[in-house]
Design a protein around this ligand. Structure first.
Ligand SMILES: Cc1cc2nc3c(=O)[nH]c(=O)nc-3n(C[C@H](O)[C@H](O)[C@H](O)COP(=O)(O)OP(=O)(O)OC[C@H]3O[C@@H](n4cnc5c(N)ncnc54)[C@H](O)[C@@H]3O)c2cc1C
Length: 432
């Protein structure tokens, strides 16, 4: 199949005899009991499944995914960057799991022939007021264990990125790029080779928790399990509630929109050019990324999406919207960050403003050089007090484990996130 649908659907693993019987005869009895079911075949759910099959080869494991193929949401709509770990608060899960995760991701790509490139990146200070933040970033990176970070002046910057303009720049040699859809497909292939199963087009619609089993209902049948791991990304809070738990947070969808540089202007960017981040909103600040395909994009911004899977302004889901608007934390967040939010929305709706933000780092770029590219929606957990959950968050509840906040750099860190989650699962589920 040209669009790869068929080959992706081959990832379903062992044939689902029980399912075909059910479909043919309308039977609705649960399949035989699994040890663990994972909901969500994004990079996190799949990495967890892979780690489980490696650590516990005899485990009966099933991954349920609502889409017809893996990596259809955040994991297949991101920037493809293997982050170095320079940004994150020392000691945080993000810092620890990103630095070790980047090394693990590179080793994984090398081992499995997945295209990748450790191209390095420059974080460019365009105003003197940013010098202190750039230096803080260098120190933070070193505290996180990065080596070879150095602050350079405009001439050296021109040698690395001839078209970038800055007064200073921090060079981060460890940053790279890859293709996370290919990574997810390889994870799924290995899970299946290790005896696990990945069932697509199987949305979890209900979860029944009984004394000695958990049953997950899907249109493809009801699946019984001893334990459940919720890796549902943009829907992880809903799955948490479905399992009878209180997530304590609401997932707010933030869309990131990209422009692509036209092929004749792509040579303006050799690798990755980033602005100095605002420490309060490290995920903000549009940047340039030369992807593993060679295509260069600019973005992503961060605008409130009106649907959890709202990839454009016209995607509106009233249930999602009402959920956000009736959550008290939403209004507290809006009151706190309205200025930043309106700036992002303005740049989203008004291309000249988006281009002006880019011209600060790359003055030669002009409006006709940019054509609309893709978009992705980030799952960001929000607390009732209006604060964004900063670090990764994994919450055990008996034989269920909820992965409630795994924003960037979770794709980079996925293999190490998986180790942490499997450690927790081993303890909480009594695996041996
Ligand atoms: C615009 C953007 C740029 C980013 N750039 C980077 C980057 O460069 N580097 C980096 O490391 N990280 C980046 N990230 C972050 C990274 O992509 C995410 O942190 C990561 O993909 C999260 O993975 P996940 O498995 O939790 O979520 P997802 O990939 O969203 O997977 C969750 C899965 O759960 C499924 N699901 C949901 N509900 C159900 C249900 N009821 N039943 C069955 N299945 C269900 C969904 O269909 C989905 O496939 C970026 C993210 C975005 C959005």
């Amino acid at each position: 199949m040209e669009d790869g649908t068929e080959s992706r659907n081959l990832l379903l693993g062992a044939p689902f005899l029980a399912r075909s019987l059910r479909e043919k005869w309308g039977l609705s009895m649960p399949d035989s009991r699994h040890n663990i079911i994972i909901i969500g075949a994004g990079v996190v759910g799949l990495a967890v499944a892979l780690e489980l099959t490696r650590r516990f080869p005899r485990l009966k494991l099933l991954v349920l995914e609502k889409e017809p193929a893996v990596a259809r949401h955040q994991s297949g709509h991101n920037s493809g960057v293997i982050h170095s770990g320079v940004y994150y608060k020392p000691g945080s899960l993000k810092a620890r799991l990103c630095v070790s995760g980047a090394a693990a991701m590179l080793a994984f790509c090398r081992e499995h022939g997945i295209p990748h490139n450790v191209c390095g990146k420059v974080i460019v200070a365009t105003h003197e007021e940013e010098f202190t933040r750039l230096e803080d970033l260098r120190q933070r990176g070193e505290a996180n264990g990065l080596t070879d970070l150095r602050v350079i002046g405009p001439e050296e910057l021109r040698e690395i990125e001839p078209h970038a303009k800055g007064l200073q720049a921090l060079v981060v040699p460890a940053t790279g790029v890859t293709d996370y859809t290919a990574v997810c497909e390889k994870y799924a292939e290995l899970i299946i080779a290790n005896g696990g199963e990945v069932l697509t087009s199987a949305v979890a619609l209900g979860i029944q928790r009984r004394a000695d089993e958990i049953v997950v209902e899907t249109p493809r049948g009801a699946f019984s399990t001893n334990a459940l791991i919720n890796c549902a990304g943009l829907f992880s809070d809903r799955i948490c509630r479905m399992a009878g738990d209180d997530p304590g947070v609401m997932i707010i969808p933030f869309r990131g929109e990209y422009y692509d540089l036209t092929p004749d202007r792509a040579p303006l960017v050799r690798a990755l050019i980033y602005p100095v981040p605002d420490p309060r909103f490290p995920f903000l600040g549009v940047h340039f990324t030369r992807r593993i395909t060679g295509k260069v994009d600019a973005g992503p911004n961060a605008v409130l999406a009106l649907a959890r899977e709202g990839y454009s302004h016209s995607n509106i889901n009233l249930r999602d919207l009402a959920g956000s608007l009736t959550f008290p934390g939403f209004w507290r967040m809006a009151a706190r960050y309205w200025r930043m939010g309106s700036g992002e929305m303005y740049r989203s709706l008004w291309k000249p403003a988006f281009v002006r933000a880019l011209q600060v780092m790359l003055p030669e770029i002009a409006e006709p050089d940019l054509v609309p590219g893709g978009s992705g929606v980030r799952a960001q957990a929000l607390k009732p007090d209006g604060a964004l959950v900063d670090d990764f968050q994994f919450v055990p509840s008996g034989k269920v484990l909820h992965v409630l906040n795994v924003p960037s750099p979770a794709a980079t860190a996925s293999l190490m996130i998986a180790k942490s989650i499997v450690d927790l699962a081993t303890e909480n589920f009594g695996l041996s």
